[in-house]
Design a protein. Structure first.
Lengths: 297, 120
């Protein structure tokens, strides 16, 4: 079972909630930090040294001796990543979406696809108290790179392959800490999940961006519910919205000095306030019961 | 010689568009015939990305050897440079004024992009 933890607005507590769910899960659990532009789940986890792998995408390389600057590739490219002026085609790798079309349409076979490193993924094992270790995979986009979706897909695939190759992980839960917003990175992280937890805060900004996130997951036909973080810090506008829209509120986490103090010391929500474990286990049980025709917890 | 100007409109009384890639129009001035031809740049104005690259490519296709614009970012500059097009910067004046200034040698030629991408 795959659960995405997303939000419209940034800074609502996706990472805090993701880690709380992963630490509470009474079974084998994967935590994927797919917020690859600013991964921070790892800051709150006592990890081992991990196993790092580079992640690449394919970009075109033009053989200048073969290229006739005919312009077929640049006319084909929907992302303006190629320009044909002068003697040969110019490549702008930062705009390339790695579709490979230019290499196919080139009439003189002057284009080959070569790997270009965009980031890395690291597989860690994190000890959990009285439970099986947490499988933690972090994606980290290289500085200056803009294409996060291929890296996010690679992080998700790493977990999927591991689960597929080990029968004992068949009933595991995967928690995905998603990037904020509702554009391609968020869509890529949420895509294919069985359920999405939308984390919000009870403020005008929180509600405004929550509505956009709700529209997005509805369009993607992914069942979802809401966790209101710092629920006592604002007003009841999110609750009223959810009642009106018939959206399930999974949990409300009140503003709590103990959580803030723990956070500032790099402690997870559950380590700071252990009594919340039961609440998050109930959330997981609800999600498992609402996800149709899949293995439960 | 043909000179391509980034323009806010189609006429020589319209202004030099300070943006290159996302200029509203390109107006090509032919010094031999003293005539103006306008090209709509709406497709690149609304492009998700690569507006400078595509605009530069279109300018090269018009046969222009010189560009007069407000500012040029790194990608547009790279394409224009590869095509051997010279780039001169003009303030926000009318196209005919910009051409006058160019003829008098009052415009600055640039050898590098003068702004970052997405500068506006």
């Amino acid at each position: 079972m795959k659960i995405a933890v997303a939000s419209g607005k940034g800074g609502t507590g996706k990472t805090t909630i993701s880690i709380a769910l992963a630490e509470s899960a009474p079974c084998e659990v994967f935590l994927l930090d797919c917020d690859v532009e600013e991964p921070n789940s790892g800051l709150f986890l006592y990890k081992d040294t991990g196993e790092k792998k580079e992640v690449s995408v394919l970009i075109p390389k033009v053989d200048e001796s073969l290229c006739t600057a005919c312009g077929v590739c640049s006319a084909f490219c929907q992302f303006n990543a190629l320009a044909c002026v002068g003697k040969y085609a110019l490549v702008f790798p930062e705009l390339c979406h790695s579709c490979g079309g230019c290499a196919i349409v080139c009439p003189v076979k002057a284009i080959t696809e070569v790997p270009s490193v965009i980031g890395e993924k690291t597989v860690y094992s994190v000890q959990r108290k009285d439970k099986s270790p947490l499988h933690f995979i972090e994606g980290r986009l290289s500085i200056g790179k803009a294409m996060s979706p291929p890296l996010i897909r690679s992080v998700k695939k790493e977990a999927e392959d591991t689960i597929q190759n080990d029968p004992s992980l068949k009933n595991s839960i995967t928690i995905i800490d998603c990037p904020p917003g509702t554009s391609c990175p968020m869509g890529t992280a949420v895509s294919g999940c069985d359920f999405t937890v939308l984390v919000t805060e009870p403020t005008p900004f929180g509600l405004h961006d929550l509505k956009i996130a709700v529209e997005t997951v509805r369009k993607m036909s992914i069942p979802f519910g809401i966790i209101i973080n710092r629920s006592t810090a604002g007003d009841d506008r999110v609750v009223r919205y959810c009642e009106k829209e018939g959206i399930k509120i999974l949990l409300q986490v009140p503003e709590d000095m103990r959580i803030a103090q723990g956070y500032s010391r790099g402690m997870s929500l559950i380590s700071s306030v252990p009594e919340y474990e039961k609440e998050f286990q109930s959330v997981l049980a609800y999600i498992a019961s609402s996800v149709p025709a899949k293995e439960g917890l | 010689m043909k000179i391509a100007l980034s323009a806010t409109g189609k006429n020589n009384t319209d202004m030099v568009d300070q943006r290159f890639g996302r200029a509203a129009f390109f107006v090509v001035y032919d010094t031999e015939t003293d005539s103006f031809t306008a090209f709509d740049n709406e497709q690149n104005l609304n492009a998700a990305q690569g507006a400078g690259i595509q605009s530069a490519q279109n300018v090269v296709k018009t046969g222009a050897e010189t560009v007069i614009t407000g500012h040029t970012g790194p990608k547009a500059f790279k394409v224009l440079e590869a095509a051997g097009v010279l780039i001169y910067l003009a303030p926000s004046v009318s196209l005919s004024e910009a051409i006058e200034k160019f003829k008098k040698g009052e415009l600055t030629k640039i050898d590098n992009a003068d702004v970052e991408g997405h500068w506006v």
